[in-house]
Design a protein around this ligand. Structure first.
Ligand SMILES: *Cc1c(COP(=O)(O)O)cnc(C)c1O
Length: 139
């Protein structure tokens, strides 16, 4: 689906019957972002079976707490993807996380490769997340 004014065309996307609607918010490479309200509205109107919101750059928005759709993920309405590659500066580790309903998590567990994230990458990711100063130091 082509972008409209450098953002996802959520109105057009909502008309598409699809298994998955994938929204990158903020968008890469344009850097534009939709408000949480706009994505909430999309979720209500969307004909997609599952709405996935990739928040790789959420920490680079003016107001991450107000932009993230994590509250919707807690309700099971969307799947939120985050990576430690960007704001945590850990691109080499290839570590991220997903917040989704129990049903989605259980389904992906069945098809996930058994060694998708190595022990060293897991240890590095946990250390970075637990260290309150790491994110600020590297960004
Ligand atoms: C960097 C990035 C990711 C995740 O990258 P990984 O290094 O594979 O974790 C996901 N989505 C977007 C839009 C990105 O820019």
């Amino acid at each position: 689906m082509p972008l409209k004014n450098w953002v996802h065309d959520l109105d057009a996307m909502s008309q598409v019957e699809a298994d998955v609607a994938y929204i990158v918010n903020p968008h890469n490479p344009t850097g534009t972002a939709h408000s949480r309200a706009a994505i909430e509205r999309f979720v209500e109107l969307s004909r997609a079976a599952l709405v996935v919101v990739d928040e790789a750059y959420i920490d680079f928005t003016d107001d991450p707490e107000q932009t993230t759709v994590m509250p919707l993920a807690r309700e099971g309405d969307v799947v939120v993807l985050r990576t430690l590659s960007k704001v945590y500066a850990l691109a080499g580790l290839r570590v991220g996380y997903m917040v989704a309903s129990r049903e989605v998590v259980a389904t992906l567990r069945k098809i996930r490769p058994p060694f998708s994230v190595g022990a060293l990458a897991q240890a590095g990711a946990l250390a970075a997340v637990k260290d309150n100063t790491h994110k600020q130091r590297v960004s």
